[in-house]
Write a protein that binds this ligand. Sequence first.
Ligand code: UD1
Length: 357
Amino acid sequence: MGARPNFMKTAPVMRAMDARGGRFLQQLVHTGQHYDEAMSRVFFEELGLRAPEVNLEVGSGSHAQQTAQIMMRFEPALGEFGPDWVMVVGDVNSTMACTLVAAKLGFKVAHVEAGLRSFDRRMPEEVNRLVTDALADLLLTPSEDADANLRREGVGAERIRRVGNVMIDTLVQNLGKARDRDTLARLSVEPRRFVYVTLHRPSNVDAVESLQAIAEALKAIAGHHPVVFPVHPRTRSRLREFGLLAGLEAHPGLRLVEPLGYLDNLCLAEQASCVLTDSGGLQEETTFLRVPCLTLRPNTERPVTISQGSNRLTALAGLRADLEEAIRRRDSGEALPAPPLWDGRAGERIADCLLER
Ligand code: UD1
C-alpha cells in the first residue's frame, strides 16, 4: 500500500487474516507514495494498522518517476520475502507498480477492489486499474458491475471473486468512534447544516480555468451554507500557485482546513447536509451512510453509488441547483438499503478466499 485510500482497504483484510489462527504470515510494505503525517501516519493510528515491515520511501514525482521508483525498490523487498501471494488494493500508482513487479517475478497477485472502470483513460487511476487487473491472478471485486467489466474484457470466471466492499468494513468498524469525535464543534458547524467538500483530482484542480471556476462556485455556495473543505496537498499547492488560496481562506462561510484523518472525515460525511467531492471513497461512504453526495466529475468507476446509492454526478454549470436538490433529499430522509455485500465482512471473505487457494 502507499497512498491515503489504501490504508482503509488494507486494514480490514489484515485483521481478518490475523484472526485466522496463524494460517497467514503477513509482511506489510508501505511504498511511501504518501508520507505527510496527515496523509499517512494518522491512518495507522486510527485504524490500528501495525508498523510496516518495510517503507520504500519513494515520495512524490511524475507518474513515471514515482512508478519506476516503487518498482525498483519493491523488487528486492519482494525477492527477500518470497511470499505465496502479493495483495494489492485500489488503483493508485503503488497498486500498479507493485503488481507489475510481482507478475514479472512470478508471484501470484490478488487485487482488492478489482474490476472498477470509469472508461476514461485520461484518469491516471483508470490506467492503473486496467494494468493491475490484466496481470493479477485473483480479482476480488466489490460489486456486480465490476464482475461484468472483467467478463467483458475476457477474464475467466475462475479469476473473479465477488467479496464486497472493504472500505465499508472499515466504516462499520469505526462509525461509533467517529460519532464520538468533536469535529463539528471544532469547526463551528451544526449537524446537517453544512456542506462537506473534498477535491483533489488532477482533472479538477490542475488547470487554472477549472480551479478558478471551482473556487468561485465554492464562494457562491458558502454564501448560503457553511462549507467545510479539508484541502489535499495537491489542491493547496495549485490554489496557492494560481493565487486563489487567500480569497477562499478569507471567506466567512468557508472553513479551509488541513487534510483530515479517517475518523474526522467519517464524522463530517455522516453529519453533512450534502457532500461535494471527486473522491472515490466518499462516493461509497455516503452511499452506505445515505447522505446525498454530488460527484464533480463527468463519470464514476463506482456506478452502484448512483444506481443503488445517494450519489449523483454534477458539473459546475448545474451545481447550485443540484446542491439544493441534494439538501432537500437529505431533509426528506430518503432511505436506501446498502448495495449487496457492503456489510462489513468483505475482509473475512477475502481471507477465506485466499485460504481456499
Ligand atoms: C493519489 C492517487 C489518487 C488518490 C489520492 C488520494 C495516483 C495516480 N493517485 O493522488 O488516486 O485518490 O492519492 O489522496 O496514485 N503530497 C504531499 N504530501 C503527501 C503526498 C503528496 O504534499 O504525503 C503532494 C505532493 O506535492 C505531490 C502531490 O501531493 O506531488 C500529489 O501526490 P500523488 O501521490 O502524486 O498524487 P495524489 O494527487 O495524492
